[in-house]
Design a binder for this molecule. Structure first.
Ligand code: BMA
Length: 324
C-alpha cells in the first residue's frame, strides 16, 4: 500500500454497484451529472477534469459555447456530483502573447503535482497541441507553454516525477479528426522542454482499432501505473469512443505490463449514444480513495454532457489479470 495523500479522498463521490450488475464498472444512476445547459453560455459541457480541493472538489470543464467556441471553464463542488461552473471561460495569465492567444482549448486534465495543480489541455496553436498551465488556488491560472509541436492531443501528466523527470503521455495526431493514433510518452526536467520520447502502446482490434489516447491522470499502485484510456473503432456510422485500462511499469512507464482486452465502458446509454457527437464515452479524470479502493471516473457523454462511473481498484486489477 502506498501512503500517498492524493489517494485519500473520504468524500469521494460514490454509489454502490447495482445488484443487477456484475460488471467491473458501473454508471451512476443519476447520470448525467452535468447537463449541457448548466450555465447560460453553454452549448455542451463534457470531457472535463475534477480534483479534490479544500473540503470539496474543483475542476476544469470543457464548455463549448453557443458560438461553438471550445474553451475551459472553472467549477467547484461540495460533493463531486453537483457542480457550480463559471459562465465565462478561465482567463489564462501568460507572459508571452504569441503563446497566450486563444484559438481553442478542450479536453482538460488536472493533477496535483508537488506544489500546485497542473492543467493540460488540447490547445489550438496552428493546429492542436498540448497546452500546459497551472494554478495554486483555482483563482489565478497561468499558461506556461505548449509542450509539443502540433499535431498532438490527449496530453496527460503523471502525478509525480519519475526518475526525477516530469512525464506526460500524449498522442501525436493530425489537424483533423485523425484516423490513427498510438500513445507515446515524453519527459521533461522543467515542464517546458520535452524530449526523450517513448512509444507506449498502439491500436489493436475491435473497440480500439482506429486510435487510442490516454484519459485520466494515471494512478499509482503497487503493481504499476493504472492507465485508463479511450479507444476508437470506425463503424459505418463513424467513430465509436469507448474506454479500457492498462498497467504501466512504475519506473519505466513506457513499458506495458498488462492491457485489458475488452473495453471497460462503451457508449450504450442514451446520454452516451445521443448528442452532438453520438457514441462517445471519453474519460478525463479518475479520483481514487485507497483505503476503500473506490474509483470515480468522470467522462464526457456524446460530446454533450458529463457523467460518472464507478469501480474498485482491487477488482479492476483482478479484472486486468484475468482479461489482460
Ligand atoms: C476527439 C476530441 C474529443 C471528442 C472526440 C469525439 O478528437 O475532439 O474532444 O470527444 O473527438 O468527438
Amino acid at each position: 500500500m502506498t501512503t500517498n495523500s492524493i489517494y485519500h479522498i473520504p468524500n469521494l463521490p460514490w454509489e454502490e454497484r447495482p445488484s443487477t450488475s456484475s460488471d467491473v464498472i458501473w454508471r451512476y444512476s443519476q447520470n448525467p451529472i452535468i447537463p449541457r445547459d448548466l450555465i447560460p453560455s453553454s452549448n455542451s459541457i463534457f470531457n472535463s477534469a475534477a480534483v479534490p480541493f479544500g473540503a470539496g472538489f474543483a475542476g476544469v470543464f470543457r464548455c463549448d459555447n453557443k458560438k461553438r467556441e471550445m474553451n475551459l471553464n472553472r467549477g467547484f463542488s461540495d460533493n463531486g456530483f453537483d457542480w457550480r461552473l463559471d459562465n465565462d471561460p478561465i482567463e489564462w495569465l501568460c507572459d508571452n502573447p504569441e503563446i497566450g492567444r486563444y484559438q481553442y482549448r478542450y479536453d482538460p486534465r488536472v493533477v496535483w503535482l508537488e506544489d500546485r495543480y497542473w492543467v493540460t489541455w488540447c490547445n489550438g496553436y496552428h493546429g492542436p497541441t498540448i497546452g500546459v498551465g497551472y494554478t495554486y488556488d483555482f483563482e489565478q491560472f497561468h499558461f506556461l507553454e505548449n509542450a509539443l509541436l502540433p499535431f498532438n492531443r490527449n496530453g496527460v501528466l503523471f502525478p509525480r516525477r519519475i526518475n526525477d523527470k516530469y512525464v506526460m503521455l500524449n498522442r501525436p495526431s493530425d489537424n483533423g479528426h485523425t484516423p490513427f493514433g498510438d500513445i507515446y510518452l515524453s519527459q521533461s526536467k522543467d515542464m517546458i522542454y520535452w524530449g526523450e520520447h517513448r512509444y507506449v502502446m498502439g491500436t489493436r482490434g475491435g473497440w480500439e482499432s482506429t486510435k487510442i489516447g490516454a484519459g485520466p491522470i494515471p494512478i499509482e499502485t503497487a503493481e504499476g501505473w493504472l492507465m485508463i484510456y479511450h479507444g476508437v473503432l470506425t463503424s459505418c456510422n463513424g467513430f465509436v469512443y469507448a474506454f479500457g485500462a492498462a498497467l504501466l511499469d512504475l519506473d519505466e512507464p513506457w513499458k506495458v505490463i498488462r492491457r485489458g482486452e475488452p473495453y471497460l465502458l462503451a457508449p450504450q446509454t442514451l446520454y452516451e449514444c445521443v448528442g452532438d457527437v453520438p457514441n462517445v464515452a471519453f474519460p478525463c479524470a479518475a479520483l481514487y480513495d485507497e483505503p476503500t479502493q473506490r474509483i470515480a471516473i468522470y467522462y464526457g457523454g456524446a460530446d454533450t454532457v458529463t457523467a460518472l462511473a464507478f469501480c474498485k481498484m482491487d477488482e479492476l486489477l483482478d479484472w486486468l489479470n484475468t482479461n489482460g
